[in-house]
Design a binder for this molecule. Structure first.
Ligand SMILES: [Fe+2]
Length: 667
């Protein structure tokens, strides 16, 4: 009996909807599914397909199952299996989901898709889904936004089954979190709750974060909610439903009061708001004549402006219409003036076509997108295309792709024929000024304030970075993107190249050893150049048995890449005095050593002018005495070194014939 019962049961019951994912967050996920028979649902999950080591079940026999899995890790892949009364219903390698990155994380690219007015059950609905799936290469999409009218004609449970779940289940729903907003058809174009308090099936079908379960401020009403995904804050509004007799366009409504609180609390860099009814359209609806649209434009748009919302996605019109970046534009189509109502007249396409640079946003400014063409396209109203639109398309079905990568937001209209009909890019926090101080010749690299291609008049681009080598002077330049739309200004200050210091044991007597000593605390090589074609590399040089030709100026040169500096010293080689002074000689110094005053007596053999100076032991000339025309015979000098430090000095007397010198030791 048991075997028969189990066999019968496992054969008969099956999944009729799902699994589909709701209310994803960095640490939690809701999984929903329906079964053909009532029973207890359970999911087993884990980071490894072969080891789903955790499970959650709801001890309730039901057809519609909802399990919230918590305590998950951010941006992590989890495999899951769906069980019914402990029997596996589904759980192959395609049953997995990713948790969200942590809110505020800008390093994770965000890739979402938005379907507007999709649930038509027309061939186009499937075509668009196929193209979206192909676009993402079969990889999971981070989120699937619904812009309302998700299941025609009345949003009934059975229509959601046939027009929504049956279509999208195998494309996306197992792996991609669903974030719906309701349209008028989801309300059956009627006012709810009905006379017995019922709400549309939409609210039974979806699990929506009313308590801030996915980030944002708790809305307390499943009709509208917000959530965070990485660095993007998403807000889904209800433009049709009524609460306390007020619709969304009434800014006193609870919905708008909550919206203001939510947007005030939001600190993420990007904000996307979506709801069904568009404030600007001349597609299959007319925002100048339809009062509900007029009310949204005149009232709600002011709130969106105030909170600097970046992108608004709408449906309702079964066309594609994409605006300039609008600000403070609340009037009808004919009053639109691109110079006053738009941040620029650029198309924002960023494709190299004329006037297509991205929108660079620092304050208010919102791009409005009507994309109610994921299931069909319809006609247009007089005035189409709307003047506030950069581009419009009433022929091709498609869906919006949203790709956010740090400070770059790209939205694309992907059509049912697989082409991108339109795209625009918004940047924030670009066109920066940087300053850096480096040592001469140091390699310096710069990134740009945007991720992507760069170019510069100087340096080399390697792996997306600008690398500059061998700078020897301060310079200012720009790094630009290749389309020349973005520009960072860079100032590099190059410290002066350090100067080496040369010294020697000069003066020395001829035939002694000359020691050249270089000191340098910078980068680079030292080289020497001096009299008698002397050249050498290195700090220290030793020249044995020097001759008089080696005297003179020695240059110590430092060189690193394009950086050069030098010092010099005077090297004095003193002729040996003893027996080699043909014309004159020093006969007496007294006292020596002395505490200050030295008396010197020289026998001048040849009348003439002599240079007469005092040098220290490094060869530095300390004092030039008056040049004298000396007469032949004994000549006396008195040197007073009382004010000088103790040490070794040289007295030198020189004419073009000879050098007479003597050491003086000051005590
Ligand atoms: Fe609609």
């Amino acid at each position: 009996m048991v075997i028969l019962f189990t066999g019968y049961f496992s054969f008969s019951q099956s999944l009729t909807r799902g699994p589909f994912l709701q209310m994803g967050y960095h640490d939690a996920m809701t999984v929903r599914w329906n079964t053909s028979e009532i029973g207890v649902g359970k999911i087993k999950f884990g980071e490894s397909f072969s080891n789903k080591n955790k499970s959650v079940s709801v001890p309730l026999e039901t057809l519609s199952h909802e399990v919230r899995v918590t305590n998950l890790k951010p941006r992590t892949k989890y495999y899951y299996g769906i069980y019914h009364n402990e029997i596996l219903l589904q759980g192959d390698t395609s049953n997995y989901f990713f948790t969200s990155p942590l809110p505020g994380n800008s390093s994770e690219p965000v890739r979402m898709v938005a379907f507007g007015d999709c649930g038509t059950l027309q061939p186009a609905q499937v075509e668009v889904a196929k193209r979206v799936s192909e676009y993402f290469g079969g990889k999971p999409i981070d989120g699937m936004l619904l812009l309302g009218d998700n299941a025609y004609d009345y949003g009934f449970e059975r229509e959601y089954q046939s027009n929504f779940f049956n279509i999208y289940q195998n494309f996306f729903l197992k792996n991609t979190v669903l974030w719906p907003s309701p349209g008028n058809h989801d309300y059956s174009d009627r006012t709810w709750p009905n006379d017995i308090g019922e709400r549309p099936d939409y609210y039974k079908i979806f699990s929506l974060p009313t308590k801030g379960e996915s980030g944002g401020i708790a809305s307390g009403n499943a009709a509208y909610y917000s959530y965070d995904y990485a660095n993007v804050h998403f807000v889904s509004l209800d433009s049709y439903g009524v609460e306390d007799s007020k619709k969304m366009a009434d800014t006193l409504s609870r919905q708008v009061q909550w919206l203001k609180k939510d947007l005030t609390a939001n600190k993420l860099p990007w904000t996307v708001v979506y709801f069904h009814h568009p404030p600007y359209t001349k597609g299959s609806h007319d925002s100048d004549t339809e009062l509900d649209l007029v009310a949204i434009r005149e009232n709600l748009v002011k709130v969106l402006d105030y909170y600097k919302v970046d992108v608004v996605l709408n449906g309702h019109s079964h066309n594609y219409e994409r605006s300039f970046m609008l600000n403070k534009y609340y009037a009808n189509e004919t009053s639109f003036n691109v110079n006053t109502h738009a941040s620029s007249n650029s198309t924002g396409k960023y494709d190299g076509s004329p006037s297509s640079c991205p929108y660079i946003k620092s304050g208010s400014g919102t791009v409005y997108i009507v994309a109610g063409a994921s299931g069909w396209v319809r006609g247009t109203k007089p005035g189409y295309p709307h003047n506030a639109m950069v581009t419009s398309n009433s022929e091709t079905t498609g869906a919006m792709i949203l790709e956010v990568n740090d400070n770059r937001f790209v939205a694309k209209y992907l059509t049912a024929n697989g082409s991108i009909f339109d795209q625009f890019t918004i940047f924030k926090d670009v066109n920066k000024k940087h300053q850096k101080t480096i040592e001469c010749g140091e390699i310096v690299t710069f990134g740009s304030s945007w991720k992507g291609d760069i170019q510069s008049a100087i340096g080399k681009v390697e792996n997306g970075l600008l690398k500059i080598d061998s700078l020897n002077k301060s310079v200012q330049f720009t790094i630009s993107d290749k389309k020349n739309c973005l520009h960072d200004t860079i100032q590099v200050n190059v410290n002066p190249y350090k100067i080496p210091r040369a010294s020697s044991n000069s003066p020395i007597m001829e035939s002694e050893t000359l020691l050249l000593d270089g000191k340098f605390d910078g980068k680079g090589l030292l080289s020497w150049k001096g009299p008698d074609n002397f050249m050498a590399n290195g700090e220290k040089q030793r020249i044995e048995k020097v001759n008089l030709n080696k005297g003179g100026k020695y240059f110590l040169r430092a060189n690193y890449k394009n950086c050069f500096s030098q010092d010099s010293i005077d090297v004095m080689i003193l002729k040996i005095l003893a027996n080699e002074m043909p014309n004159s000689k020093l006969v007496r110094v007294s006292p020596n050593p002395s505490e200050g005053v030295f008396e010197l007596e020289v026998n001048v053999a040849q009348e003439g002018y002599y240079d007469c100076f005092l040098v220290d032991f490094k060869g530095r000339v300390l004092n030039n005495y008056d040049t004298e025309n000396l007469q032949m015979g004994l000549k006396s000098f008195v040197l007073d070194l009382s004010n000088r430090e103790s040490g070794l000095y040289y007295f030198v007397l020189r004419n073009n014939q000879e050098i007479i010198s003597t050491k003086l030791l000051k005590k």
